[in-house]
Structures are given as C-alpha cells and as structure tokens.
Write a protein that binds this ligand. Structure first.
Ligand code: TYD
Length: 225
C-alpha cells in the first residue's frame, strides 16, 4: 500500500463467527503494548458511511436491486477510507476493521450474482489504493454460525437484511471467503472459528505480531497517542 505507515487489518467471515469478540481482544492487547489502535466497521465507520449503513441494513435499498446496493456499499467504503482509515494509517495507527472489501466480493458479488468485473471496478474506486495488509477470515460452518447469531439476536434485535437469507446462501458465502483466501494467501489467513476463544485470540495475536515485525512498527513508537 502506497502511503501508509500503520497496519491495516480487516476481519471477515459469516454470521456468528465471533469477529467482534476477537477484534475487541486484539485491540486491548495492542493498546496495552502502547500502539494507537483504531477499531472500526463496515458498512459505516465514518459519519457519511454510517448514514448509508442505515439505508443498507434496514433493507430500504433492497427494492432497487443488488447493483444499487453494491454501489451504496462502495460509496460508504470510499467515505470511510478517505475520512478515517487513510488518515489513521498515515499517523501510524493500527486499524482493525470489522468487514471490508471482501464482504462486497462475497455478499454482492458471489451471492448477489454481480459480475466480478463490476465488483472489482467499484472496489478500485472505493478503496482507492487502501488495501488491508492482512485479512483474518474467521471460518465457521453456516449452521453453527447461524445458531450462534440467532441466540445473540433474540436478545438484541431482529435480523438485518443480509442475515435473513437461507442456509445455502450462508454456506456459499463461506466457500467464497475461502476462495479469496486461496487466491490471496499473502494477505489472507483462515482461522477456525470453532476453536476456543482463547486459542483463536492467541493465533490472531501471533499473526498480527509477525505483521507488525515485518512492517517494523514498534510498540510505543510514533504511533502512541
Ligand atoms: P453487521 O451488523 O455489521 O453484521 P456482522 O456482525 O455480520 O458483521 O452487518 C453488516 C451486514 O452487511 C452483514 O450481513 C454483511 C453485509 N455486508 C455486505 O453485504 N457487503 C459489504 O460490503 C459489507 C461491508 C457488509
């Protein structure tokens, strides 16, 4: 990535894979070591993108079709990148993002049936050169993930537009994330999300420590607040 000093890590995976828990744990660990950490999410993460998030997740854009939704995800992503992610990386921060461009490839591209060329053209504009250094794909069988998500949702809120879809669709998404990982092994790491939480956290910490070493980002360096 061209102009960044920090480290950009995205988290991907299906419903109920435990992304939020692992992001929280990794952020705590890195902060304890003196790094500036920015935790963010998509769709959303900047005021403009959060406004679009509401339109997307409520299902208000569904009637306009998958192309429209894909463009809205891309619009939100570009705002998030330029407003929040690029400046954070330029300061030397570690950015942990709950979902990023691979979610569009999978949800809009594969299960939304949009042509790969269309999705990639949108992505180029959306990310504008800001590609994660490292993507952690939390992999879980659709059945297990959905069951976890259901338990969580019954306590909080109704499923969003993308959570309502069928098991087959969820399994297809899982395969699509694994495909991306196979095609981009330098960037992507597949993590077995059925393992105990502590083991997953340790595995993620190991991967990120290695990346920090490779990127020569020292704890408590200019990244510290
Ligand atoms: P969110 O509540 O953040 O869910 P999760 O805990 O699953 O990350 O909702 C985000 C939803 O938006 C999720 O169902 C996946 C979907 N999504 C896309 O379809 N395309 C995208 O590019 C992104 C970022 C998310």
């Amino acid at each position: 990535m061209a102009d960044a000093n920090g480290l950009f890590v995205s988290f991907e995976g299906g419903e109920g894979a435990g992304k939020s828990t692992q992001i929280r744990r990794l952020a705590e660990r890195l902060r304890e070591r003196g790094h500036e950490v920015l935790v963010t999410r998509e769709p959303g993460g900047s005021p403009g993108a959060e406004a679009v998030r509401h339109v997307l997740l409520s299902g208000a854009a569904e009637m306009f079709g998958t192309r429209m939704e894909a463009i809205l995800f891309a619009a939100a992503r570009n705002d998030h990148v330029e407003d929040v992610i690029r400046p954070a990386l330029a300061r030397g921060a570690i950015v942990l993002c709950d979902r990023f461009m691979d979610s569009s490839r999978v949800y809009q591209g594969v299960t939304g049936n949009l042509e790969p060329d269309y999705i990639e053209a949108l992505q180029r504009v959306a990310v504008n050169g800001v590609v994660p250094h490292c993507t952690l794909i939390l992999d879980i069988p659709a059945e297990v993930g959905l069951e976890r998500a259901r338990k969580r949702a019954s306590a909080v809120a109704a499923p969003d537009r993308f959570e309502k879809e069928e098991m087959q669709t969820h399994e297809k998404r899982r395969e699509a994330f694994l495909d991306i990982a196979a095609r981009e092994p330098e960037r992507c790491h597949v993590i077995d999300a059925q393992k105990p939480e502590n083991e997953i956290a340790a595995e993620i910490a190991g991967i990120v420590d290695k990346r920090l070493g490779a990127a020569n980002i020292a704890a408590g360096s200019e990244a510290a607040q």
